[in-house]
Write a protein that binds this ligand. Structure first.
Ligand code: ZN
Length: 304
């Protein structure tokens, strides 16, 4: 398993009228699980979201562009957020890594909609290097993530889309497989072609069954399209958090002078302030002196 490399493929079929994406994100989701120490159903929920975010990220035009996908349902996990770049990096977070609810549904599947909730919102924000991101919001359909992302692509972006995402978690909590696919029909696809693709997707095994059986992302797509699929790009994907002490300092400055002074006062006896990155749990220490420099900079920028 350790030798398998995570990657996605971007492809087209039917003369470019169909766009298709497939991914093996087993290592990425294992890392997310390790970083956030999630219970199995939350591992599956966050893993599906991160996998979907990577596929959305592969639709971005530039490597430095970023897409963030946020789900806030009425389930006990709270907010789930995954952020992916156009170069195949993703990070994620969840409010509650442990919910304590039943992890497995009666049908034997992980209780993803139970931890997420089936009422709520899915928000997709694309940061394309301009001042404001493009933001789309839809209501959740089921809280199973894949269906919700498909609903978003259909309703917010007007592109008929099928989304299949899966995370297989071993009884011991380890991630054994994670991945999926997105298939999108562009204007001009005949009804007959659309029906054929629909039938092929309905006949597919579960994404993690295919991956555990040894399918590569390319093989997943050839199960849908046969030989009529042209791979345009093969891109490695990985878990990566770009946080740094500098970014932490800039984030602290956004809190404003009076909030920073309160933190300085609270931590004065300790002599330092500890900040933990919510995405990767990296810890940063700022000395009282460093915090005072930030406070000075904050008050100076307010005057300026
Ligand atoms: Zn981080």
């Amino acid at each position: 398993m350790g030798l398998r490399e995570d990657y996605l493929v971007r492809a087209q079929a039917h003369g470019g009228l169909v766009r298709a994406f497939a991914i093996d994100a087993t290592g990425v989701v294992s890392e997310l699980r390790r970083v956030h120490n999630t219970e199995p159903a939350v591992t599956a929920a966050l893993g599906r979201l991160a996998t979907g975010a990577l596929l959305f990220g592969s639709m971005l035009k530039e490597p430095e562009h970023v897409v963030s996908v946020r789900v806030l349902g009425d389930g006990p996990a709270g907010t789930l957020l995954a952020t992916a770049t156009g170069r195949g990096e993703v990070r994620g977070l969840v409010t509650h890594a442990h919910t304590g609810i039943e992890q497995v549904k009666e049908n034997g599947k992980l209780n993803v909609s139970g931890v997420v909730g089936s009422n709520g919102r899915l928000t997709v924000a694309r940061h394309l290097g301009i001042r404001h991101p493009y933001v789309g919001v839809v209501e959740l359909v089921s809280g199973e993530i894949g269906e919700d992302l498909a609903h978003y692509l259909r309703s917010s972006e007007q592109t008929p889309s099928a989304v299949g995402l899966g995370v297989f978690v071993h009884r011991d909590g380890n991630v054994m497989a994670a991945g999926g696919y997105i298939v999108q029909l562009l204007p001009g696809v005949t009804e007959r072609t659309a029906a054929e693709i629909d039938e092929a997707i309905r006949a597919l095994p579960h994404p993690t069954s295919m991956l555990r059986g040894g399918d590569t992302p390319e093989l997943v797509l050839s199960r849908i399209f046969g030989d009529d699929v042209e791979v345009l790009e093969r891109r490695p994907v990985r878990f990566h958090c770009p946080c740094s002490k500098g970014r932490v300092e800039r984030a602290l400055m956004l809190l404003g002078e009076s909030e920073l002074r309160a933190i300085h006062e609270k931590d004065r006896a300790a002599g330092f302030t500890e900040v933990t990155c919510e995405f990767c749990t990296a810890r940063y220490e700022l000395s009282s002196a460093e915090l005072l420099v930030l406070i000075a900079a904050t008050s100076a920028s307010r005057v300026a």
